[in-house]
Design a protein around this ligand. Structure first.
Ligand code: PMV
Length: 351
């Protein structure tokens, strides 16, 4: 019946890397030059909700992001939709009684529960939610790691938002990306008291987008070669182990070192890329002073492609970490307190 509308909805989380993805070995497939690790953040505070609908009467694919209709034809979105439709075709070929959803238009509606202007990269949660919602609509049998390969084509870091807790993105070795996917390092319950303070640092200028920044670094930085060959492979194993051991001092040390390594290869690029500002640097100093005073690492900062800080710490240390430093708060417009959280969730809500 041409009037039947099939729908599905999901929510997906933001993740913040503690071992950074920086560099592509294949730009169109989003294959990275190194493996990475992240912590998934709670969807109570930050999440994307995506609803999808399809019907024989829908003649084309359409997309609305935060209430605004957007082009469906961006190569990244198209790459995701093409892969999902292909998997649905496989199902329809095996079972001819299935409705031919693969032939129909898709209507995709997506909303964040946090302002895009908060300076937080929302693309990871966005592409994760898009891919999970459609895979539910199509009743695809693939597991989250398999589906993460599709999310990866939307935005590399999005593949890590397919799991909750502590997540790795294994870079893989194949040219076709078949083995470049997210895997769970440990679930949320393994280390549930991990908290994250997001310090939103006010900035008016636009940062270098991650894709063009990565291309500049890969093409021009000598230090980058050292990072991917000599530093990250060992750090990847050590950080996974520190998570399994719930060894915050080790985990925090590696997290801060890796943030600084990433920003160093940015500075070593030509032209150089600057993401940290004076407030970011004050936060770095404050956290080192705090850890020094405590005699051990109880807090760890990390910065993505912008000046905002994410500070990880264990819940029992919250009062020590959240000290008020007027110098810092001059440059911080907003603080979001959150914690480690679950992966994508089914939801009764729909848009
Ligand atoms: O997934 P992208 O293309 O937005 O790149 C993310 C890059 C960093 O946030 C800086 C690091 C990471 O691993 O998330």
């Amino acid at each position: 019946d041409t009037m039947t509308v099939y729908t599905a909805s999901t929510t997906a989380p933001v993740n913040i890397a503690t071992l950074k993805y920086w560099g592509k070995r294949d730009k169109s497939l989003n294959l990275p030059t190194n493996s990475s690790i992240s912590v998934t953040l709670s969807q109570n505070d930050l999440r994307t909700l995506t609803s999808v609908a399809t019907s024989e009467s829908f003649t084309e694919d359409k997309l609305w992001l935060n209430g605004k209709q957007e082009s469906i034809n961006s190569p990244r979105t198209k790459a995701c939709l093409d892969d999902l439709k292909k998997l649905r075709v496989e199902l329809e070929e095996k079972d001819s009684s299935l409705p031919k959803l693969s032939q129909w238009g898709l209507h995709i509606v997506s909303e964040n529960n946090f302002p895009t202007a908060a300076g937080l990269a929302s693309s990871a949660a966005g592409f994760a939610a898009l891919v999970v919602a459609i895979s539910k609509l199509y009743k695809l049998p693939q597991d989250m790691s398999e589906i993460s390969k599709i999310a990866r084509k939307g935005s590399g870091s999005a593949c890590r938002s397919l799991f909750g807790g502590y997540v790795a993105w294994d870079m893989g070795v194949k040219d076709n990306g078949e083995d470049s996917k997210a895997i769970e390092v440990a679930p949320i319950n393994h280390w549930p008291n991990m908290k994250a303070a997001i310090l939103v640092v006010s900035d008016d200028k636009k940062d270098t987008p991650s894709t063009s920044g990565m291309q500049t670094t890969v093409a021009t930085s000598d230090l980058f070669q050292w990072r991917i060959k000599e530093v990250v492979p060992k750090r990847y194993e050590e950080m996974k182990q520190s998570i399994l051991d719930k060894d915050f001092a080790k985990f925090g040390d590696l997290t801060m070192k890796d943030s600084n390594s990433f920003h160093s290869v940015c500075l070593d690029s030509s032209p150089p890329i600057f993401y940290l500002n004076d407030t970011s640097k004050k936060i770095i100093k404050l956290i080192h002073a705090l850890n020094e005073q405590e005699g051990k690492i109880i807090a760890a900062y990390t910065f993505d492609a912008g000046p905002n800080a994410v500070v990880y710490y264990e819940e029992e240390n919250e009062s020590k970490v959240l000290v008020t430093d007027p110098e810092i708060y001059k440059g911080v417009s907003r603080i979001i307190l959150t914690k480690v959280g679950d992966g994508p969730q089914d939801t009764e809500e729909s848009l």
